[in-house]
Write a protein that binds this ligand. Structure first.
Ligand code: 4NP
Length: 158
């Protein structure tokens, strides 16, 4: 059976989307579903391409046992929109940028926003924590843990 392929996307691919990748990988592992999923992340901008995740984000993540190992890369529109089944932005700007990069409606139909899958939180985006303090990084992880639970339910119930 084909794996379900998920690409998480934020602006820089050093804070929110690498965390989403790690949270989702840990969740599918915990549920015994890891072999059914391919999970990756990317940024709409390439400012940080080749860099590991932001050290502050890494520190907050490791406190919850998530090890952020991914290296930042920019979305590759030529490849990613045909490869991934779910292309999930963290905020409205990410979604707008992804919709602009997609080349047809079928590709556009694969795009969604992370908070659409939240079960407990009513937030409409995963806010960019880059210029803020510790609370912002914790909120990112809280939102991602909630949304990943909803996302896996959504996919497994399809
Ligand atoms: P991310 O956070 O999109 O969650 O990775 C940011 C990282 C870097 C910048 C902005 C947001 N930046 O402006 O360099």
């Amino acid at each position: 059976m084909d794996k379900t392929k998920i690409l998480f996307v934020c602006l820089g691919n050093i804070c929110r989307s690498p965390s989403a990748e790690a949270v989702m990988k840990a969740l599918v592992e915990k549920k015994g579903l890891a072999s059914k999923y391919e999970i990756d992340s990317a940024g709409t901008a390439g400012y940080h391409s080749g860099e590991p995740a932001d050290r502050r984000m890494q520190r907050h993540a490791i406190n919850r046992d998530y090890n952020l190992t991914s290296i930042s890369r920019k979305v590759n529109a030529k490849v990613d929109f045909d490869h991934f089944d779910y292309i999930i932005g963290m905020d409205d700007q990410n979604v707008e940028d992804l919709e602009y990069m997609a080349s047809n409606d079928e590709q556009r139909s694969r795009i969604s926003k992370m908070t659409d899958y939240c079960k407990s939180f009513n937030h409409t985006s995963v806010p960019d924590p880059y210029y803020g303090g510790a609370d912002g990084f914790e909120l990112v992880l809280d939102l991602l843990e909630d949304a990943c639970e909803g996302l896996i339910e959504h996919i497994e119930n399809e």
